[in-house]
Design a protein around this ligand. Structure first.
Ligand code: PGA
Length: 265
């Protein structure tokens, strides 16, 4: 059975009550359909993750613990240092102290609006791994780059630079990394990449990862993934799940995607 991770990136959305409701509706669906007794969820070959805003992490993590939920809670970012004079920032040790298991790192919106560079992202990935937070390392090309035929070049560079700070770590730690391929032009546009584009690109990423790290890491697809295209995209051979923005904010859409992923072998 292939590994499938269904991850929701809530971005800067929801009030606390909306966040609690969204979590509760997703969890109720999982409980009603007995997901916690499915072998694939117990051996981690299937995983469900939500990444709400920082402000709600502790509350949602508490609810998930209290409910013995299979839902894991992740952050959308973290700081590369563990503590100090970094006003407004959140560290990996803080996240770890409230039970957070994952963090999205290097999302294209952080690269674009918060000037995150490949070098900074590389530091964040290292900090994350060393502090027991599983990084979901995002890469992706712009429309200009795709149209000019340099997608593979761009992705190879993002991978090489983004992974450059972890080369001295042991393989077991590096193996925890999750990659998210998110073409920038497909994010929030309603225009997902085609199966052919996803398939070719994931195959390329897989080859690069094997050259760089000698590892076979899970690769999620992100960019307008929804309940309508999930079946086609999640079934592709080298796709190990999705990083979902818009469709993760509606419990019905998110749980439909979970249901689709559950039927994949
Ligand atoms: P989208 O966002 O599903 O709304 O396109 C995906 C993401 O940015 O992770």
């Amino acid at each position: 059975m292939k590994k499938i991770i269904i991850a929701g990136n809530w971005k800067m959305n929801t009030s606390i009550s909306e966040a609690e409701n969204l979590y509760t509706n997703i969890n109720n669906y999982l409980t009603a359909n007995n997901y916690s007794n499915k072998v694939s969820f117990n051996n981690d070959s299937r995983q469900i993750l939500i990444c709400p805003p920082f402000l709600y992490l502790q509350q949602l993590q508490n609810l998930a613990t209290q409910d013995k939920s299979i839902i894991k809670v992740g952050s959308q970012n973290l700081h590369q240092e563990l503590k100090g004079a970094y006003t407004g920032e959140i560290s990996a040790t803080m996240l770890q102290s409230i039970g957070i298991s994952h963090s999205i790192i290097g999302h294209s919106e952080r690269r674009q609006y918060f000037a995150e560079t490949d070098e900074l992202i590389a530091k964040k990935i290292r900090t994350s791994l060393l502090n027991n937070i599983t990084p979901i390392f995002c890469i992706g090309e712009s429309l200009y780059e795709r149209e000019n035929g340099i997608t593979n070049e761009v992705l190879a560079k993002q991978l090489q630079l983004g992974l450059s700070e972890i080369m001295d770590l042991e393989q077991g730690l590096k193996a925890k990394i999750i990659i998210a391929y998110e073409p920038v032009w497909a994010i929030g546009t309603g225009l997902a990449a085609t199966s052919k584009q996803v398939s070719e690109t994931h195959t390329f990423i897989k080859e690069e990862l094997s050259k760089l790290l000698n590892l076979d890491l899970p690769i999620l697809y992100g960019g307008s993934l929804n309940e309508k295209n999930a079946e086609e995209l999640l079934n592709l051979e080298n796709v190990n799940g999705g990083l979902i923005g818009g469709a993760s904010l509606k419990a019905e859409s998110f749980t439909t995607i979970i249901e689709i992923s559950n039927s994949i072998q």
